[in-house]
Ligand binder design. Sequence first.
Ligand code: NAD
Ligand code: WQD
Length: 335
Amino acid sequence: MNILVTGGAGYIGSHTVIKLIEAGHTPVVVDNLCNSSAESLRRVAQITGVTPPFYQQDVRDTAALEAVFAKHAIDAVIHFAGLKAVGESTEKPLLYYQTNLDSTFTLLEVMRTFNVKTLVFSSSATVYGSEPAPYSEDSPIGRGITNPYGRTKYFIEEMLRDIASSDGSLAITSLRYFNPIGAHPSGLIGENPNGVPNNLMPYITQVAVGKRAELGVFGDDYDTVDGTGVRDYIHVDDLAEGHVAALTHSQTGYCAINLGSGEGTSVLQLVHAFEEASGAKVPYKIHPRRPGDVAVSYAKIARAADVLQWRTTRTIEDACRDSWRWQSGNPEGYK
Ligand code: NAD
Ligand code: WQD
């Protein structure tokens, strides 16, 4: 199938493009490179031997997006494009609402024009807000979300549900990612944050490679195994395979599915697993809790197993080793 991948030059998108190619699909990438580099796609070509068609344009540019649909006979869409920095979304909520919502409106309109029925959307465990973990897809969403970024995911999910119920021929899947880490085992592509990383794993790898002095651990007084926050870390290649499965098993209607491992790992457990896998040291210091953080987040994974016939196959150790291979081989990312 010809799969439009919005945001396909980004971290999760580039790994998914590889899995799509390996599964025999033809990905077509639209990305404005606002948080990525075309180098990721050159490396995808190096890994797969296939150069995916790439259009550097904004998803909100309706005419440009129509031209891509007209040229490539798109069968289905995976929609990764969007802004994702939680802290920045609190400072610039309008930018986040405009970018994430408008891009989805434009995409849905162009899909309708070209009679494309299948959409896989990048949602997030953040939609569960203050619900107690583990999160099931039947848990309420939207309550206690602490930032505009998270609310864009919630609003888009609600909109997609309405749109799917208005037209029974649409097949829309929202994949609620838990915490993606890791990199392609080649070490050629990986997470490439701009500036100071917001997320834990890229911070750890930048300390390990000597770019930053020490990790700040946000809180050691949570009610968890060692007092530090617990998350469900998922290898980005498992996540990427989850998208291929979502296309394969896509059904009409609306379906939200957790993509996680079902296991919780604390900040310090991840630090120690990383040190073990890499042989590098990660000095750290305990800081106060980060505002907006929950103590524990992990997934119930039965629906992914039932509907997608998918579950994670890679371990935390695999993810640590692959993150380190990427970071140590590319200390400056794609630069
Ligand atoms: P990323 O920033 O690496 O990838 C997003 C890509 O979208 C980037 O390449 C960026 O240039 C592009 N983009 C942004 N706005 C665009 C626009 N208007 N038009 C065209 N391209 C645009 O992020 P990622 O980690 O790969 O995340 C992909 C998706 O998954 C995002 O929607 C994100 O919110 C969601 N998500 C990510 C995580 C995570 O922890 N990484 C967790 C849950 C959900
Ligand atoms: C993980 C744990 C931190 C950095 C965020 C978004 C979420 C989703 C994924 C997109 C927490 C601790 C972190 C550091 C630390 N993104 N930490 N020192 O907060 O679970 O989720 O990214 O959808 O919406 O909120 O991930 O990697 O930031 O934090 O101690 O320097 O690591 O407190 O316990 P989080 P994270």
